[in-house]
Design a protein around this ligand. Structure first.
Ligand SMILES: [Fe+2]
Ligand SMILES: [Fe+2]
Length: 325
């Protein structure tokens, strides 16, 4: 009979123990994921460099916004497909996740329209994300879930950084700051939904296989994400008159030295590779409250507006809203 080498057995046992520990300490039991359904459609972008005149910060967030509608539509489709195969509590969280992502897509659709009004062409960025989404959709179903779970982790750590580091938006246009804080707070709030769906759907997998698959995909997806977003930011900077060496040095300084969204998210990104990792290992719900306190006054001032009144009939985001079951 084959004998399992002692080192391999101890590694497998350790991984199993940690994965089991993660299931015992998952998403907070009292977490209430809620769709706030905020509206920012009328928040016109009055200047191309809407973050305090900073071309690099503005291009960075514009690049992210350009990919949200198509990316979030994928996440909605994937989790909706799995919803009926999950336990009731998770089904409810997936429902709230879908509602939140649908409203994010709707609002970033409007944000992106405002970018077009500033003579920024995001068509190449949209083409890039379309190609990635098409590639993922062509893979086996479980890969859709792995990809969603990995990208949701990247989104969540960026969202936590956006809220925790006031440097990002301290000089930004006020309405845009509220939009990004709102979106970020809901990303933090639903950060465990795709991961919990993954844990449930792979509950019969060998823990080592589960760790390997999610880690390998995270490495692959992170590399692609970094390359594609860098290309996107460089494209937007070129449209803003910044090219060549100046663009690359400016972007590197912004990402690693200034507000440093890349440097400051490397450690939380690395946490994903730990055996037994769970997004709620770090309970950062205080960031949700912090973000809400930032725009609470504005919310109180908003008149009640229906989704139907705000979403034009020909807007593609209407399809996302319809998907909210
Ligand atoms: Fe979102
Ligand atoms: Fe999300």
């Amino acid at each position: 009979m084959d004998r399992v080498p002692a080192t391999a057995k101890s590694t497998t046992d350790a991984a199993r123990h940690q994965e089991t520990a993660a299931r015992k300490n998952p998403t907070p039991i009292d977490l209430n994921i809620q769709c706030r359904n905020r509206h920012f459609a009328s928040a016109v972008i009055e200047r191309r460099r809407w973050i305090g005149g900073d071309p690099y910060a503005s291009a960075f967030f514009n690049c992210l916004s350009a990919i949200f509608p198509k990316g979030e539509a994928l996440f909605i489709d994937v989790l909706k497909k799995y919803r009926d195969r999950t336990p009731p509590k998770l089904q409810g969280e997936i429902r709230s996740f879908i509602q939140q992502e649908a409203t994010h897509s709707r609002e970033h659709h409007f944000f992106n329209q405002h970018l077009a009004s500033c003579d920024l062409d995001i068509s190449r960025l949209e083409e890039s994300i379309s190609n990635v989404v098409s590639y993922i959709r062509a893979q086996p179903e479980i890969i859709h879930l792995v990809a969603t779970m990995c990208i949701e982790h990247i989104t969540a750590i960026l969202a936590a950084e956006v809220i925790a580091n006031p440097r990002h938006f301290e000089h930004a246009d006020e309405e845009q700051r509220k939009l990004w804080l709102w979106h970020s707070s809901e990303e933090v709030e639903h950060k465990g939904v795709a991961y919990d769906t993954w844990l449930h759907m792979t509950r019969d997998w060998n823990p080592l296989k589960r760790w390997y698959v999610r880690s390998a995909f995270m490495a692959k997806i992170s590399l692609g994400f970094t390359i594609n977003r860098t290309r996107g930011v460089i494209d937007l900077l070129r449209q803003d008159g910044i090219t060549g060496f100046r663009a690359w040095i400016g972007l590197a300084h912004y990402a690693l030295v200034g507000p440093a969204p890349l440097r400051r998210t490397i450690w939380p990104w690395l946490q994903f590779f730990k055996p037994g990792f769970h997004p709620w290992d770090i309970d950062d719900r205080h960031l949700i409250q912090l973000a809400e306190s930032e725009y609470e006054a504005a919310i109180m001032d908003q008149p009640p507006v229906t989704v139907a009144a705000l979403v034009p009939k020909d807007a593609p985001v209407e399809e996302y809203v319809k998907k909210v079951a």
